[in-house]
Design a protein around this ligand. Structure first.
Ligand SMILES: Nc1ncnc2c1ncn2[C@@H]1O[C@H](COP(=O)(O)OP(=O)(O)O)[C@@H](O)[C@H]1O
Ligand SMILES: N[C@@H](CCOP(=O)(O)O)C(=O)O
Length: 345
């Protein structure tokens, strides 16, 4: 039976309200960015999507008259159990704002001389496979951009969010950062130069995302991966990436399901997630189109072609975690794909 943990069905709702307050050269604004799922099975480091909730919130206060050593400071962090750094160069939320300020000074001739203080309200679990580090960065970036009159496009902001990932786990992968800012599915055709393609989602595609109560660091989950793969595996993998993109563009739900196969990362990471194969089987048995590891894990996601099925799938996955050897409690969200990306609340 499912008891202590919780589940939620989420919808895309928050409306734009802009600057929270503006008095005597002091302006306050709140940014929000939701959880993202990297890889989407076959697209290691090149494909990711955003769900609508949960997400991180960042409140920025700009004081034009305050001049201190660092232009950005963190005044408080809640929801992290004291785990996250307050040093502005070490927290992804503040680090990316520093990068953004540097960029607008050198590329847009905007020399910001005041101070931005940042409150981080962490709602996403750390090291979860839900793009937690990217969500903090994306929320802070849209808020900073709005505070300074939107000098950058969202596409430009993605560059700074990716740099935040390097701070979090040592690797500048874009499959969380890009959808956290842009919304939808995002395909990374190339990293140098960065070439991102947003892919709209089929109308009835729902994600069940289940987070077992355990942590798996992205840096560790990357260290177990091979540096080279045999050609046979590569052929399977790029066949599935192409098919998945085609399925998304044509709303071919069966094809989406067939394409959710990962022969590169999943076999190496599955042993790091207690009960992975049972949870995946439970999702398929409950009617999911397909199921795989969310990002680097330990969360697991599944796609369904209706909200009702997605709910049944998510509950079956929770149950399977609970009955696994590790008897893991979990949280679960059922969500459509987020179309909007990071936004001002
Ligand atoms: N604002 C932040 N939110 C989450 N993690 C952060 C943040 N700033 C720095 N980090 C670092 O990144 C690590 C989490 O990153 P990672 O393992 O990639 O998890 P996730 O899958 O949640 O992004 C944390 O251990 C923390 O040290
Ligand atoms: N492509 C990355 C995605 C990591 O996502 P996270 O949410 O676990 O940080 C990888 O697979 O390492």
């Amino acid at each position: 039976m499912i008891e202590a943990s919780f589940y939620l069905i989420v919808y895309p709702t928050p409306k734009l309200t802009g600057i929270l307050s503006a008095e005597n050269g002091i302006k306050t604004i709140r940014g929000f960015a939701s959880a993202t799922v990297g890889n989407v099975a076959c697209g290691f480091d090149v494909l990711g999507f955003a769900i609508t909730e949960p997400g991180d919130e960042v409140i920025l206060t700009l004081d034009e008259e305050k001049h201190t050593g660092s232009p950005v400071s963190i005044t408080s962090i809640t929801g992290d159990g004291g785990a996250l750094p307050l040093d502005p160069k070490k927290n992804t939320s503040s680090f990316v704002v520093l990068k953004f300020l540097e960029y607008i000074r050198t590329h847009k001739q905007i020399d910001f001389t005041g101070h931005i203080s940042l409150e981080l309200k962490k709602h996403l679990p750390l090291s979860s496979g839900m793009g937690s580090s990217a969500a903090s960065a994306a929320a802070a970036l849209v808020a900073a951009n709005e505070l300074l009159g939107n000098p950058c496009t969202k596409m430009e902001l993605v560059h700074f969010a990716i740099e935040g990932e390097r701070v979090a786990c040592g690797s500048a992968h874009a499959d969380n950062a890009a959808p956290a800012i842009l919304g939808n599915f995002v395909l990374i055709r190339s990293y140098t130069p960065l070439d991102l393609i947003t892919i709209p989602s089929p109308e009835h595609l729902y994600c069940s995302l289940v987070h077992p109560h355990t942590e798996l660091r992205t840096s560790y989950a990357r260290s177990v991966l091979p540096t080279e793969i045999p050609l046979k595996q590569a052929i399977q993998q790029w066949g599935n990436v192409g098919a998945l993109v085609s399925g998304l563009l044509t709303s071919d739900y069966e094809l989406i399901g067939r394409a959710l196969v990962d022969v590169v990362a999943e076999p190496k990471r599955a042993p790091l997630i207690p009960g992975f194969f049972d949870v995946k089987q439970a999702a398929i048995d409950a009617g999911a189109l397909g199921c795989s590891i969310a990002g680097s894990g330990p969360s697991i996601f599944a796609f369904s072609s209706s909200e009702k099925t997605a709910l049944a799938v998510g509950l079956a996955m929770k149950e399977a975690f609970l009955h696994s050897k590790a008897r893991l409690e979990s949280d679960m969200w059922v969500s459509p794909i987020c179309k909007q990306g990071a936004r001002i609340l």
